[in-house]
Structures are given as structure tokens and as C-alpha cells.
Design a protein around this ligand. Structure first.
Ligand code: SF4
Ligand code: SF4
Length: 183
């Protein structure tokens, strides 16, 4: 089956970070960990936060970083950045939960943590860290973007692959053969 690709509208959410405004207060870490505690607000522990602030007060360096993807291996090569005369540590801007450092890992289980933009029901007007950042270093933005809709055939492929992973290709093929006989 081939279908013409249609456009659909997607909401893209972004948190813009202004490192020049961050003062390293760590309120964002506190509220993030409290909001994601079970039950909600029952504890706060920045080690469980999905935003961490890289701090070097002597160099006036404060970099809020949101937890991103998990990676099983550390990268072999790293970069250092010098911006406006300040030298930032190698992993300063990296969002990965990776084996080379302790951030973005649940301290009890070592499971990776990832920012979910405070998805909740009812939906928040702004993520909690943005609400708690009194320095306006974190700015929340939502915009609409046009993207191409996935073709129906792709969705079917994905569904078949998921069934095959669960039951094996031969069982899926048998089931399809039986269904086509009934049709
Ligand atoms: S709350 Fe704002 S100013 Fe404070 S550490 Fe976080 S980003 Fe920086
Ligand atoms: S957006 Fe929500 S989940 Fe993400 S770092 Fe901020 S408080 Fe934590």
C-alpha cells in the first residue's frame, strides 16, 4: 500500500538555557527531585534530579544541563570549550547518562534518569525547574512544527516486527496465512 505523505502539526517543547543568568543556586535540582519523588514531594535529593548544574564558582561557571539519553559506553574522545575566556570541563555540556560520571543516575538503583519535561496530568503550564528558576536562566518555549505523517505501511511493518520479536516470525507467518484463508 502506498499513501501520499500528509503533513501534520507537532508541538515541540524547548527549554532555553542562559548560562550567563544562572547563579548556581540549585533550586532547579531540588524541585525536580521533589516533583519526581514517590509519592510526589515526599523528599528532595539533587542526586535524583534530571537537571544538574555544573558548578565552578571560582571560575564563575554555572551550566544547567538536562538529563538526556542513556548510553552504555563512554565516548573515546572529548572536547573542551573556551567561551568568553572561561574554560568549561570536558563533559560540561553533555546530557548523557553514561558510565564515566555519577550524574543522571538514580543513586539507589543506578538506573538512568531522563528529563521528561515534567509530563503530568493535569499538564503543567511550565516545567517545575523553569518555575523555580528566579534568575530566568531557564526559559520554556512551545512551538508548532509541520512534520510528514508516517506512511501506513511503515506502521504495519513496525507492528509486524514487534509481534515477530515477541512470538517469532514463523508464528506470525502462520497467523497471516490462516487469516488470508478465512478472508
Ligand atoms: S534555579 Fe536557575 S539560577 Fe538556580 S541553578 Fe538552576 S538554572 Fe541556575
Ligand atoms: S523539566 Fe521537569 S523533569 Fe526536566 S529537569 Fe526540569 S523539573 Fe526535571
Amino acid at each position: 500500500m502506498s499513501a501520499a505523505k500528509k503533513k501534520k502539526t507537532k508541538i515541540v517543547k524547548t527549554i532555553k538555557i542562559d548560562v550567563d543568568k544562572c547563579n548556581g543556586c540549585r533550586a532547579c535540582e531540588v524541585i525536580c527531585s521533589a516533583f519526581h519523588a514517590e509519592p510526589r514531594y515526599s523528599s528532595d535529593n539533587p542526586a535524583r534530579s534530571r537537571i544538574r548544574v555544573i558548578r565552578d564558582p571560582l571560575a564563575d561557571i554555572y551550566v544547567p544541563v538536562f538529563a538526556g539519553e542513556y548510553t552504555a559506553s563512554e565516548c573515546a574522545g572529548r572536547n573542551t570549550y573556551t567561551i568568553d575566556g572561561k574554560e568549561y570541563e570536558e563533559c560540561a555540556f553533555c546530557r548523557a547518562s553514561c558510565p564515566s560520571r555519577d550524574v543522571f543516575k538514580e543513586p539507589d538503583s543506578d538506573l538512568p534518569l531522563k528529563c521528561d519535561l515534567c509530563e503530568s496530568d493535569p499538564t503543567l503550564e511550565e516545567p517545575m525547574c523553569v518555575q523555580w528558576c528566579l534568575a530566568d536562566a531557564l526559559i520554556f518555549e512551545e512551538r508548532e512544527e509541520e512534520v510528514e505523517e508516517e506512511e501506513a505501511v511503515d506502521e504495519m511493518d513496525v507492528g509486524l516486527e514487534a509481534l515477530a520479536n515477541k512470538h517469532g516470525w514463523h508464528k506470525v507467518a502462520d497467523a497471516v496465512a490462516r487469516m488470508s484463508k478465512k478472508a
